[in-house]
Ligand binder design. Structure first.
Ligand SMILES: [Zn+2]
Length: 183
């Protein structure tokens, strides 16, 4: 439980924001997928993490906020660890992993460029700053690329349950993407 400390309102992702627009982030995510031959309809994002030199770790931190998702430790020389909550399911974790890969792709290189003396960076999960929003957009585009999503959505009458199954994301994530792309 929170003890009323104000730190929760000051938590930031810990990495600098990208100068890319959200449209450019969607393109960057699709390019990242192409480069690493990742297709969320046929590939497991856990395999992608391993191919990139990363590891997954189920966090056992006794942190009241750890039921919500992950965080990441990344090293300048490449290896990284994504920490996942023990309380979330596979579909939810898929989005969390894709979100952390957004930080890995968009923000971690910027961090090391700005901090030439640092060898490691911890990316926090619980910020609500711009890098968080950017990582969420990257994750949505990586797992649910817009053109493909619209194509499948038309076939299933924009059913979030069907879309959830097609793209291996939670129904909530599929619904959010559907609401966004249907406008
Ligand atoms: Zn994040």
């Amino acid at each position: 439980m929170s003890t009323g400390e104000s730190r929760e309102t000051t938590v930031t992702s810990g990495v600098p924001e990208s100068s890319l627009s959200y449209a450019e982030i969607e393109k960057a995510a699709e390019e990242f997928a192409r480069l690493h031959e990742f297709d969320s309809q046929t590939c497991d994002i856990r395999d992608l993490v391993h191919r990139l030199g990363g590891e997954l770790d189920v966090a056992i931190l006794p942190d009241s906020k750890s039921d919500d998702g992950g965080s990441m430790d990344a090293r300048r020389d490449g290896p990284f660890v994504i920490h996942l909550s023990p309380f979330t399911g596979v579909l939810r974790d898929n989005f969390t992993i894709a979100h952390e890969l957004g930080h890995f792709s968009l923000h971690v290189p910027l961090y090391f460029k700005e901090h030439p003396d640092r060898q490691e960076v911890r990316v926090n999960r619980f910020g609500a700053d711009k890098p968080e929003l950017q990582a969420n957009r990257f994750a949505a585009a990586l797992l649910m690329p817009a053109a493909k999503f619209r194509e499948i959505a038309e076939q299933v009458s924009w059913s979030s349950i069907a879309l959830s199954v097609h793209f291996s994301v939670s129904q909530a994530a599929a619904q959010y993407r559907a609401d966004f792309l249907r406008r």
